[in-house]
Design a protein around this ligand. Sequence first.
Ligand SMILES: [Zn+2]
Length: 312
Amino acid sequence: MSSTQGQGGSRGCAVRRALGWTHPTFVFLLVIAAGCQVPRAPQPAEVPQATSAPWGDNGHRCGRAIHPQRAIVEIEHVQQAIDFERALSLHYEQPAGLGEPWFAVTSGRSSVLVAAGHAAATTREGKLKPADSGTGSLADALHRMADVTVVASTALSPSDSNYYDDNHFKRELARLLATGRYALVLDLHASHAYRPYDIDLGTMGGESLLGRPRIAADLLDCFAAEGLTAFSENYFAAARAATVTKYVAAHGVPGVQIEINDTCLILAKNGQAIEGRELQMHRFSQVLQGLLRFIRAWDERQAAETQSSSPP
Ligand SMILES: [Zn+2]
């Protein structure tokens, strides 16, 4: 008998010996009822640690199947994001000056491009649509910590980039994608706090992943590893209007619309962060860390693939 078996295992196996003459199925059921151990799934300590493939044996580097990883996000990172959002909130609903752009591109070396076209308010069907408060500072933190390129609104958009294609934002996206430097677009949005999910991934029912369903699965694994638990897929599928996700997929690059619950974002108004929400800041750092781990693992895998496909 294995030393890993407990008392229940000993009792059960005695029952099994005593009933050895009975029909095997009946014995099996009795053995279970008596608490005899049955073959079990490998436990974390028994799973060999992935050393070769950047994506790891369990398909990603975010899961808890092996052991937890050291935290990346520091208190200062969250403080920086609060300061960023406070400053941006002064311009949420202000039009850009004459001839000035209403969005900014911040270049990075990652093959992931992050869009935040609702970081400030926007105009849809002639009406002002309020900012997705908190998405601008999240995109900025991803640029600083994962070196992604960010395209984000910085003032009131005259044309909603997630609803119309005929605007400067989309033309700039097309120009960036045409460089061939980007392999994935993550489009950040905010969802009302009353919605039941922490994160909803919009992939046009999987279509915008262009045959790579693992992208969505790995994203959710990365969020789960940080303690987020409520997920949804395609509540906002990004399929109906002229969304960023639909646009980038049509340009041959996989895209995901990431809807993040307001309770995970740094909300600000008129230059002031909404204070007294320590748990909210904690949830922000969890979302940020999940995205950081996903992007870093993605870039490692892209680099490994490029290396293996280049001639010796
Ligand atoms: Zn939005």
